[in-house]
Write a protein that binds this ligand. Structure first.
Ligand code: XMP
Length: 510
């Protein structure tokens, strides 16, 4: 079935994926494509509407991303956000001016009459991030919103269905931003909203049934959301013909390996091969302290173990990969390109004997993958799992990885997860975990001296892991976590909280 589609043209702003996600949240399929995709391809794509995203440039800068003016003659509704709105003004004969200071943050805004602002309170708050602004709108346009600093915070030509807004509807700080986007999609582009995850599951199941009928399918389960949902979806279509392989490298968090077996084999009844490689990984990591070397060893070992298991199964027709839409976008080729199998499980395809790759989630954002997982009956502990690095706890133990440190880390990390969830913060915080540092300090417990490695707690908020802020967890919650770890976990005598953002730090410690 062909869905209604909106085209989000990417001018390089940091919220561009967020814009696309917000469109999808309104039950409208969209693709994020490079701004230079060309008129011909845009015509072929036949979007119900086009959104120009923000971007870091000034329209006057040499080499700033441009757009073919003919796009305004296609009769397709256009919404320009931030740089996108400045580009509309610039191309159609308005004026863009340069302010002395950058406006960043919340602004009071007055919305006038416009389809975009139907049902939206006229005196409102929006979120701005810009230096240039539209000082004169092009002929045929009228101003539909103002702020103190922006005489044309929004402008439009209703007849031609061209709309510009200086503020960012996609950011939650713009109150009623969702409604404004909804108005653009449903009142200007006249979409009906045919993109839902239950439809997706039905359609994909049907397509996969046709594609995989009578074929042998193999999937590597990692414990992560993407491979779990991909496997569950393919299982719906392939049933018995699907075999999943789970390599337990012993570097997962407390309870995770057991959960993979319990969910997929016991509850869902899938063919699951679990390879217990804990000893093997620990032996290989003995004496290794250097983070990149740990990563390399784990990656290589993983492939070897998987290869051995896959050989036992023999040749298969399809290999399932949990590639998701951001991987596709980041490969820089846009949605229509053929994407190679380089994602997720590094290097796997070359060692497995298969004919074709199947990537059932390649059109979905992470939040959509989670919804699909829910539709398929996977538990919250699987679909809401926070991002977790492939090398697992090995890069959260500074220095050599030992069984003892793994146990301490698992126990401390488990308490942190429990308390964050109890405080209702688990959905707000992007990642939260414990780290065992390589510094030991003196403590006193029950009159006796102790000397143990410092345990650090790390929690960050983020949109995409490219940048992150340390999470402002309430003191009481931190206190509870610290007390419990000290009281309940062996080898814990000092807990610290990491208050660094990314950059300059990274999310993980190694
Ligand atoms: P950093 O530490 O670079 O992490 O700020 C950004 C995101 O990537 C995850 N991460 C990894 N994921 N293999 C992975 O699959 C790795 O080696 C790895 N290192 C970091 C990290 O958890 C965060 O979400």
């Amino acid at each position: 079935m062909k869905h209604e589609r909106v085209l989000v043209l990417d001018f390089g702003g940091q919220y561009n994926q967020l814009i696309a996600r917000r469109v999808r949240e309104q039950n409208v399929y969209c693709d994020l494509m490079p701004s230079d995709m060309g008129l011909e391809k845009i015509r072929e794509y036949a979007p119900a509407g086009i959104i120009f995203t923000g971007g870091p440039n000034s329209v006057y800068e040499a080499g700033a991303p441009d757009i073919d003016e003919k796009i305004f003659e296609l009769g397709i509704p256009i919404l320009g956000i931030c740089y996108g709105c400045q580009l509309i003004a610039h191309k159609l004969g308005g004026r863009v001016s340069h302010a002395d200071t950058r406006e960043y943050g919340k602004s009071e805004i007055s919305y006038g009459k416009s389809k975009l602002f139907d049902g939206v309170s006229s005196e409102n708050v929006c979120w701005m991030s810009h230096t240039d602004y539209v000082s004169e709108v092009p002929d045929g346009f009228r101003v539909s919103a103002k702020t103190k600093t922006c005489p044309a915070a929004a402008f439009e030509d209703e007849e031609r269905k061209i709309y510009g807004i200086q503020f960012h509807t996609e950011v939650h700080h713009t109150l009623e931003g969702d409604k404004i986007l909804h108005n653009f999609l449903y009142r200007v582009c006249n979409v009906s909203g045919d993109w839902t995850m239950s439809n997706f599951v039905e359609e994909q199941t049907r397509l996969l049934k046709e594609k995989l009928a009578g074929k042998k399918v193999l999937c590597a389960l990692s414990g992560g959301v993407d491979s779990a949902v991909a496997a569950a979806l393919v299982y719906r279509a392939a049933g018995e013909n699907l075999t999943c392989v789970f390599v337990d490298h012993g570097l997962l968090r407390k309870g995770e390996a057991e959960e993979v077996v319990s969910v997929f084999r016991d509850d869902m009844g899938m063919n699951l091969i679990k390879s217990d490689a804990r000893e093997r990984f620990l032996t290989k990591l003995k004496g290794v302290s250097e983070p990149e070397q740990k990563r390399k060893i784990i990656g290589e070992e993983f492939i070897k173990v998987f290869e051995t298991e896959a050989k036992k199964i023999g040749a298969v027709d399809f290999l399932v990969q949990g590639t998701i839409y951001p991987d596709v976008i980041e490969s820089g080729k846009g949605a229509s390109a053929v994407i190679k199998s380089h994602h997720n499980v590094g290097g796997l395809p070359s060692v497995v004997d298969f004919k074709e790759i199947v990537e059932p989630l390649r059109d979905l954002f992470k939040d959509e993958v989670r919804k699909v997982g829910k539709e398929l009956g996977l538990p919250d502990s699987v679909v809401q799992r926070q991002p977790f690095p492939g090398p697992g706890l090995a890069i959260r133990i500074m220095g050599e990885v030992t069984e003892e440190k793994l146990k301490t880390l698992r126990d401390a990390d488990f308490i942190m997860r429990e308390e964050i969830a109890r405080a209702g913060l688990d959905r707000e915080i992007w990642q939260y975990f414990a780290v065992i540092t390589s510094t030991s300090t003196v403590g006193v417990m029950g009159d006796a001296r102790t000397y143990e490695p410092v345990i650090a707690l790390r929690a960050v908020t983020s949109v995409d892991a490219m940048t992150a802020d340390w999470a402002h967890i309430p003191y009481e919650v931190l206190e509870k976590i610290s007390n419990r770890i000290i009281n309940e976990v062996d080898h814990a005598n000092r807990i610290v909280y990491d208050i660094t953002s990314k950059p300059p730090a990274t999310i993980e410690w190694e």
